[in-house]
Design a binder for this molecule. Structure first.
Ligand code: G1P
Length: 300
């Protein structure tokens, strides 16, 4: 019988050191880097809230005060903008403060993604929950999380999001061996490997940063030994859930074919900013008009 509860909680790990972006991230969390005109983390929070996940827990680390400040109100700035009659900017800053109910917990030791998720145990309790990683942005015009939530309710297990990548890229991701299920829009996950070498990958299906997890993952994470990079890997805990059976076991995958932007390294980040900027209401037209000339000048 399906006893799944309605999903309300999202966990957003945001304790990474952002070393790939140094020196930009020396005193500022990488999640605050602007993507066009909003910090990357705001896209992720908006994505969660849009599908009804209004109880958000951020797992943060040192120098993450800016995150809390960003989602808090700034009455003095609001009244200044109000006095000036700048309703557009007022609405823009209020947008970030009206997003759900945001809680914070510190990760303490940076012992990996699995460890960060385990830090959410007390807040999440005994109900299914979503995990959203800030390095992956899903285009707001495409559906992913809502489908994953439906699949979790239907299967009662845990659900991951997969994309097809070039075989040469698979070593940057968790990788899934899957079986199709007749007539369903999701697949069964038989096996997961964290960042396999290209020659050893069971497929070219890469895990991206959206998960809808059964709380059984917490007990498994407690027992999961450090894996790749000497970190407690969420992928390894999910492999245990995929391989075993029992209440809350079983892992399923939704293969995503929409638009995803990686903001996890400098080059992908720049591409993500450009891709979103050309579609932006404010800047898109001017940017599109400027780009062909700029690209042409590179060929000279
Ligand atoms: C994490 C996960 C990995 C997944 C990736 C998606 O890795 O461990 O399985 O494929 O996120 O972005 P990270 O990129 O944090 O090293």
């Amino acid at each position: 019988m399906n006893t799944a509860k309605v999903l309300r909680k999202a966990v957003i790990p945001a304790a990474g050191l952002g070393t790939r972006f140094l020196p930009a991230t020396k005193a500022m969390p990488k999640e605050m880097l602007p993507v066009v005109d909003k910090p990357a983390i705001q896209y992720v929070v908006e994505e969660a809230v849009k599908v009804g996940l209004t109880d958000i827990l951020m797992v943060t680390g040192r120098s993450k005060r800016a995150l809390e400040d960003h989602f808090d109100r700034v009455p003095s700035l609001e009244s200044t903008l109000e006095a000036k009659g700048d309703t557009k900017k007022l609405a823009a800053i209020q947008e970030a403060t009206n997003l759900g109910d945001i809680h914070y917990v510190r990760q303490g030791d940076p012992k990996g993604l699995g460890h960060a998720v385990l830090r959410a145990r007390q807040h999440v309790g005994d109900e299914p929950f979503a995990v959203l990683l800030g390095d992956d942005l899903i285009d707001p015009r495409d559906e992913l999380l809502s489908t994953m939530i439906e699949v979790q309710a239907k299967t009662g297990g845990s659900v991951i999001a997969l994309i097809e990548v070039e075989p040469s890229q698979i070593s940057a991701y968790g990788c899934a061996d899957i079986s199709e299920i007749d007539g369903e829009n999701y697949v069964r996950v038989n096996k997961l490997v964290e960042k396999p070498d290209a020659g050893e990958a069971p497929s070219n299906l890469a895990v991206i940063g959206r998960y809808v997890l059964h709380p059984a993952v917490f007990d498994v994470l407690e027992e999961t030994e450090p894996g790749r990079g000497d970190e407690i890997q969420l992928t390894d805990a999910l492999q245990t859930l995929a391989a075993g059976d029992g209440e809350g076991y079983g892992v399923y995958g939704v293969v995503f074919r929409g638009r995803r932007y990686d903001t996890g390294d400098k080059l992908s980040y720049l591409k993500a900013v450009m891709t979103l900027a050309v579609d932006s209401e404010d800047l898109g037209a001017d940017l599109r008009a400027w780009l062909p000339g700029f690209v042409g000048s590179l060929k000279d």
